[in-house]
Design a protein around this ligand. Structure first.
Ligand code: GRG
Length: 303
């Protein structure tokens, strides 16, 4: 019998993008009607922020590697992308990265205004909780499972994760960090939500603790690899490829892997981390499925 063709990273990203974007647009419409006015419109705009949907794809892939089969996993992926969307709205604000464009589209504060974008960012956090709860209900998950999923997602988004990492990152502007300090920034700012995407897939599939732990370990390494690759892209890609100005790290005098290791050293480190990520799955006997190709994509992507 011929072997079933394996899913490529592009296939999975396209699936994750189609399914999570459709849900995010639905939530945008619902909130637009519920909240109304300028804030309602801005919520819809922020939820429709274009993106690669890597985190959504990781949720899908981890869920399937853990044996899950419900199409409602798309709601869990959309909840993660909602937290990501909030972080981008705030990250683009003048008091942080001060970006006018995101994926070629005006950032939320440029399309609306700074106070609106600031409020919308905060409002997206409880929206993410609603999106997650709706997905858990559709999947008929027990309240305790939803509780673990909420803890995973919001801990990753909080002071021990994304907010804490961003905070360290802001404090580090125009200072030289050591490698361990830089790892702490990257693991928090970017890695925590990526790791949570993988963990959530395992929890949603109600997988045994060892499988969830292996998926988390995969997510930990690939989350750091993602930001190392981001450092390389900021130094090497064009603004057109990135959909935002390239070279911002140098402009802000940020410590990066490229600064510490050079472009080739950083590329090699990202690839080492991707191999290590897949190694955690192999060691635990968890089928890598689409997680393998996604790990490769994360360290070789050009945007
Ligand atoms: C108040 C200190 C404080 C923090 C608020 C703003 C914020 C919380 C956190 C920022 C976190 C952040 C934006 C980290 C960068 C993560 C990153 C590499 C984003 C780009 O991800 P991609 O490439 O984006 O997946 P797309 O556009 O494809 O979705």
């Amino acid at each position: 019998m011929p072997e079933a063709p394996s899913l490529t990273a592009d296939d999975l990203l396209a699936e994750a993008r189609d399914r999570s974007d459709a849900l995010l647009a639905q939530w945008g419409d619902l909130l637009g009607a519920e909240v109304g006015g300028r804030i309602g419109a801005a919520l819809g705009y922020a939820l429709r922020t274009p993106g690669k949907r890597v985190r959504a794809a990781l949720v899908f892939a981890a869920y399937r590697s853990a044996g899950g089969a419900s199409p409602a996993i798309a709601g869990v992926a959309a909840a993660v992308e909602t937290v990501h969307a909030y972080s981008l709205v705030h990250d683009d604000l003048p008091c942080m990265d001060d970006d006018d464009l995101r994926r070629g589209r005006p950032t939320t504060h440029r399309h609306f205004d700074v106070p609106t974008a600031t409020r919308v960012g905060f409002l997206l956090v409880p929206v993410a909780a609603r999106v997650l709860a709706a997905a858990a209900e559709e999947m008929a998950l027990l309240p305790a499972t939803l509780g673990r999923m909420a803890e995973t997602l919001f801990e990753a988004g909080g002071i021990e994760g994304m907010v804490g990492g961003q905070w360290l990152d802001l404090e580090a502007e125009r200072r030289s960090l050591t490698l361990p300090q830089l790892i702490a920034v990257h693991r928090g700012k970017t890695g925590a939500l990526i790791r949570a995407s993988c963990t959530l897939g395992g929890i949603a599939a109600q997988a045994p603790a060892a499988v969830v732990a292996a998926l988390s370990a995969f997510g930990e390494d690939i989350g750091l690899a993602f930001q190392v690759a981001d450092d390389v892209l900021d130094a090497t890609a064009t603004s057109a490829e990135l959909g935002k100005p390239a070279g911002r790290d140098a402009e802000l005098a940020k410590s990066t892997y490229v600064g510490l290791m050079g472009v080739e050293g950083a590329r090699a480190e990202a690839e080492r981390l991707a191999r290590s990520a897949v190694g955690h799955l192999e060691a635990a006997g968890v089928p890598a499925g689409a997680l393998g190709p996604l790990a490769g994509y994360i360290v070789t992507r050009n945007s």
